[in-house]
Design a protein around this ligand. Structure first.
Ligand SMILES: Nc1nc2c(ncn2[C@@H]2O[C@H](COP(=O)(O)OP(=O)(O)OP(=O)(O)O)[C@@H](O)[C@H]2O)c(=O)[nH]1
Ligand SMILES: [Mg+2]
Length: 693
């Protein structure tokens, strides 16, 4: 591939609701610019961007693909991001490294939940937005309806069409390019005269475009008000400014059909015109992940320090490819850079770009471009690479907390031995996927953004040689008490030689600060300080494994106030046993209860699903804190016990046909209702018996 300097580059992320046609659009961009001679189809599993075998099997995108498109002397780095909410980590990182977000909207469905998420991602980094109303060939496609819906749904933005469809549905013939007032029919490259019946609409749209551009600054506005005209250059400069102005938020809108190659080249021209070349933005950096965000002002050029951010890593059987955006400076093959997160050096051995999974070696990468390098030794998604002298991290996107977890069970001894390494490899390349050994529930947990996300990870682990079964994780209940109680315990053993003797009297009560505390209230030396310590050791042994159902004990204050020693037989172990026994007995008498984690959940669904969501919350012991409906979408906030919401992502999907999303985070522990506690205790006892048998 040719060498492209900064001003000739454009970086855009294709984002939007699942299935809106992003990957097909990327395919069509390649086809219409002659990079491929046959257009692949999602259904046939042969598109350039969805090359991964899991993507083909599921007919949806899982990873962000890099699709460089060469057009009129420019290279547009198209990042085809997945729309499925499970893979939002990939989409957010794609937006992070782009200079504009191209939001693809289905012409029949209009804006959906995934459209809103895409707008949110772009807002996080103040990116300009373009909207593509795709699938204009579909039955019931209606461009002006979708424009209306966009305006209602996103009242803070001004949507201005840059292309208009000629005909629609089965009669879709092409588009009008509003600025040049030319028609582009079919996949044709050359403009022709606008159909007579569209002349008025085209002129009206041109005026709207000029008017939006004129808002950019006073000089343009003055000229516009005097002459009611602006040159094409002025419109371009004006639009570049207003799309980047967070107050004005002008969004150019395009009509396309990816599968029918309609409106594709006019869209591409629009991208080269209305998306800024890299290097002219403010770059968010920070000294470390905790410190304040600073803004570096551009322009960023080849002569600046190297600042590169890794937004994607892809591992196949040949090794790992690291995808990065070069925000500043220039890189040549074999340059050495510093990984600022890991603190080691990396050699950029093989510098390349890729188109899907086809590699193109590069001699040099210029500021603003997106590059790929193979076989780095320890650089992962989210890391910053830099040249000597630059030591700030590029700010990563914020990722929401995982909402779906499974417990992992390795199938064989060898799976068990390899599990940790493989899980670390997989989770390092995906900031929304986490694994840990959870001591509270004694399980290995893998958590992510949904069941598909987890399924894909399990399949990958399998291909990397680790067979894993999964189950719903145990709920990390806790045990505590509700009132004061006392108990004593005597441990006495006299068999053969040396005996064992220890006697402990203790009192326990709920601890108001929610912590565990052990107090020595012995007077007159009834037991020695050393044996008080042994008693404490014994009590602490019970804390982790609990008393009533096997869960950790919390919020208890224990006071030892009396006991007995034997001059010969008393020893450490005897008092540990006595401490354990006395604590267990007191605990049983102190009104023991189970506590469960309560999650704060925020659900966003289309308005028509609101009733179902509320009803369903009731069956989950949920407490609705608030609900709002605005522009056709409803937001429900509720508190729900973790035990009832572990599989919510699947249930929400089926309740809303995939149109709902939710986030959740831990709020606090609360008492489990008595009837449910009984069940849990009974189950725990049954399990324990089975283990013992
Ligand atoms: N009729 C019609 N169908 C389209 C068009 N573009 C895409 N499709 C179909 O829509 C479906 C989804 O297309 P994709 O390209 O996978 O959509 P996507 O946005 O990449 O989906 P995700 O990456 O999974 O979010 C496929 O069946 C496509 O063939 C179009 O312009 N017209
Ligand atoms: Mg896709």
């Amino acid at each position: 591939m040719k060498d492209y300097t900064t001003e000739l580059l454009r970086n855009v992320a294709l984002v939007g609701h699942q299935g809106a046609g992003k990957t097909s659009l990327a395919e069509s961009l390649l086809f219409n610019t002659g990079a491929i001679t046959r257009m692949g189809r999602i259904e046939e599993g042969n598109t350039v961007a969805d090359f991964d075998e899991d993507e083909r099997a599921r007919t949806l995108s899982i990873y962000t693909s890099l699709i460089p498109v060469e057009f009129e002397g420019c290279k547009v780095n198209v990042l085809d991001a997945p729309g499925f909410v499970d893979f939002m980590g990939e989409a957010k990182n794609a937006v992070r490294v782009s200079d504009a977000a191209v939001v693809v909207v289905d012409s029949v469905a209009g804006p959906e939940v995934g459209t809103e998420l895409a707008f949110d991602y772009a807002a996080e980094f103040d990116l300009p937005l373009l909207v593509v109303v795709n699938k204009m060939d579909r039955e019931n496609a209606n461009f002006s309806n979708v424009l209306g819906m966009l305006r209602t749904r996103f009242p803070g933005y001004t949507f201005v069409p840059v292309t208009l469809p000629i005909g629609s549905q089965a009669d879709l013939k092409g588009v009008v390019d509003v600025l040049s007032q030319q028609a582009y029919l079919g996949a044709g490259k050359d403009g022709s005269e606008i159909p007579a019946n569209m002349a008025d609409a085209a002129e009206e749209a041109r005026m709207a475009l000029i008017e939006a551009a004129a808002e950019a600054d006073d000089a343009l506005l003055e000229k516009y008000l005097e002459t009611l005209e602006l040159s094409d250059e002025e419109v371009q400069q004006g639009l570049l400014a207003v799309t980047r102005n967070p107050e004005k938020h002008v969004v150019p809108v395009f009509a396309t059909s990816s599968t029918h190659s309609i409106g594709i080249l006019p869209l591409l021209r629009g991208i080269t015109m209305f998306v800024p070349a890299p290097g002219h933005h403010k770059l968010q950096v920070q000294a470390d992940e905790e410190s304040d965000i600073e803004f570096l002002e551009g322009p960023f050029t080849d002569s600046g320090p190297v600042i590169a951010y890794v937004f994607h890593s892809y591992t196949d059987k040949y090794g790992t490819l690291t995808y990065f955006r070069l925000f500043s400076g220039t890189i040549k093959p074999n340059d050495t850079l510093r990984n600022l997160n890991a603190g080691h050096e990396e050699r950029m051995g093989s510098l390349m770009t890729v188109r899907g999974d086809t590699q193109f070696p590069l001699e040099v990468l210029h500021a603003g471009d997106i590059g790929v390098v193979a076989k780095l030794r320890g650089t992962y998604t989210g890391h910053t690479l830099a040249s000597k002298g630059f030591d700030k991290l590029v700010v990563r996107p914020r990722f929401s907390m995982p909402v779906y977890a499974v417990a992992l069970h390795p199938r064989t001894q060898s799976d068990s031995a390899k599990m940790g390494g493989v899980l670390s490899d997989i989770t390092r390349t995906d900031p929304t996927l986490h694994w840990r050994q959870d001591p509270a529930i004694k399980q290995t947990i893998l958590e992510g953004m949904g069941s598909t996300h987890i399924d894909v990870a399990i399949k990958r682990a399998e291909r990397m040689g680790v067979g894993l079964d999964t189950s719903t994780p145990r709920v990390p209940y806790q045990e505590t008490i509700t009132r004061q109680a006392s108990a004593s315990y005597r441990h006495k053993k006299q068999t053969g030689g040396a005996g064992q003797f220890g006697e402990v009297h203790l009192r326990i009560e709920p601890h108001p600060d929610g912590i565990f505390e052990f107090v020595d209230e012995i007077v007159g030396g009834a037991i020695s300080a050393a044996f008080v310590q042994s008693t404490e050791k014994g009590v602490r042994q019970v804390l982790e494994s609990g008393v009533i159902a096997g869960y950790p004990v919390t919020a208890v204050r224990v006071a030892v106030y009396d006991g007995k020693m034997h001059p010969v037989d008393s020893k450490d172990i005897a008092f540990q046993i006595a401490g354990r026994g006395a604590f267990r007995e007191a605990f049983q008498q102190a009104g023991p209860v189970l506590l469960e984690p309560i999650m704060t959940v925020r659900v966003v669904v289309p308005e028509e699903n609101m009733g179902d969501i509320m009803g369903d919350m009731n069956t989950r012991r949920g407490r609705v804190l608030g609900m709002e409906t605005e522009a056709g979408r409803s937001v429900v906030t509720a508190e729900v016990p973790l035990a009832e919401i572990q599989r919510y992502s699947n249930d929400l999907r089926s309740m809303t046909g995939g149109r709902g999303v939710f986030t959740m985070e831990f709020s606090r522990y609360e008492r489990v209702p008595a009837n449910i506690q009984q069940e849990i205790v009974a189950n725990a006892q049954k399990e324990k018996q089975e283990e013992e048998e």
